[in-house]
Design a protein around this ligand. Structure first.
Ligand SMILES: [Zn+2]
Length: 103
C-alpha cells in the first residue's frame, strides 16, 4: 500500500502538519486536504510505494514506526472508509475521520 506524506501549505499549522505526517492510503482514496489536528490546508508531498524488487537487502529504506516517531513524524493507517488511526508518532489525534474535516 502506498504511503502518502502530507505537509501544511501555509505557515500557520500545528506541530502535526508542520513536521508532516504519513498516511497509508489506497491509490483510489481521495487525498486528504486538511490537517486532522488543526484543519489548515495540506499538500501531498511524497508518494512512497513499497516495492519488492528483490534487489534491496531487508528494505532498509523503509522507515520503521519507531524511527518515524523519533524523527517527529506521525503515521496513520486506514481502518475504514475515511477512518484513520495513528500507528506511530506523538502529534495529532489518535484517530480521525476525513469526512469530519472541514472543507
Ligand atoms: Zn495541523
Amino acid at each position: 500500500m502506498p504511503i502518502y506524506c502530507y505537509r501544511q501549505t501555509e505557515q500557520n499549522g500545528c506541530d502535526l502538519c508542520r513536521h508532516g505526517f504519513e498516511l497509508r492510503q489506497k491509490i483510489t482514496d481521495v487525498p486528504l486536504q486538511h490537517c486532522p489536528e488543526c484543519g489548515v490546508p495540506v499538500n501531498k508531498i511524497i508518494t512512497a510505494v513499497h516495492v519488492h524488487t528483490g534487489l534491496t537487502s531487508g528494505g532498509g529504506h523503509t522507515l520503521s514506526e519507531k524511527n518515524i516517531s523519533k524523527q517527529g513524524f506521525t503515521q496513520y493507517r486506514k481502518v475504514g472508509p475515511g477512518q484513520y488511526e495513528k500507528t506511530a508518532g506523538k502529534q495529532g489525534p489518535d484517530q480521525f475521520n476525513a469526512k469530519d474535516l472541514k472543507d
